[in-house]
Design a protein around this ligand. Structure first.
Ligand code: MG
Ligand code: ZN
Length: 226
């Protein structure tokens, strides 16, 4: 007798795609540009969001959706303190955000008062890459305190990125991080990716990254009929 195999994961991913498409349509209708920020824990996503807010707010009106595995909402609070409309998602232990979680967060934000939403995903370089959230760009944050072999070890994360931000470059003189080897791996997987090298501590490179983001957030702004 044959065995029927039902791919539960495939069904779940299909349902996720559907909700992601709805999220994207909703953002587009509101003229809000959104990015999905992903990294391993400690690469500096929240610090980058703080620096971005400092560079762009209040001209660019920014919302932050922060996903964490617990109720600990200090990252969202840092965003709020820096001037963002911030929503914290407690994934209840889930190691990545899914589109339905972002849908709930979008409902809690006033989209008419925003130009840009930064989604801070759960710190994890594996499964967040597989879940479309319905945003416009995927931003991977890496840091020079991690191994330069990260692109070789986590290819799907780097392959799917639109932008790569390499953070903590102020520490390069004290580390053996081989930037050339790292970037070669990134380009092998993803020749199109846009790369920014920054230090959230000294502010180096933040302006170039922020200008890229500002351009996109303002381009997406709908023409308001008075
Ligand atoms: Mg964080
Ligand atoms: Zn996961």
């Amino acid at each position: 007798m044959g065995v029927k195999v039902i791919s539960v994961l495939e069904n779940i991913l299909q349902a996720n795609e559907q909700v992601a498409a709805e999220n994207r349509a909703r953002l587009d209708a509101a003229g809000v540009y959104a990015i999905n920020m992903m990294s391993s824990p400690g690469a500096g996503k929240t610090a980058l969001i703080e620096q971005t807010l400092r560079a762009l707010s209040p001209q660019v009106r920014i919302g932050m959706i922060n996903g964490d595995t617990t109720a600990a909402s200090m990252d969202a609070e840092r965003g709020a303190q820096a001037g963002a409309q911030a929503v914290h998602i407690n994934t209840g232990g889930n190691c990545h955000l899914e589109a339905h979680m972002v849908r709930q967060a979008l409902a809690a934000l006033d989209l008419s008062a925003l130009d840009l939403i930064i989604v801070e995903n759960v710190g994890n370089l594996v499964c967040p890459a597989g879940w479309d959230l319905g945003v416009h760009a995927r931003v991977v944050v890496a840091s020079v305190t991690e191994g330069a072999d990260k692109p070789y070890k986590y290819p799907s994360m780097y392959r799917g990125a639109d932008v790569l931000v390499l953070n903590k470059i102020d520490l390069l003189p004290y580390l053996d991080f081989d930037t050339e080897y790292f970037l070669r791996g990134v380009r092998l997987l993803n020749p199109e990716v846009q790369v920014f090298q920054v230090s959230c501590r000294t502010g180096e490179g933040i302006q170039a990254w922020s200008a890229w983001l500002r351009e996109r957030a303002m381009r997406n702004r709908p023409v308001r009929i008075r």
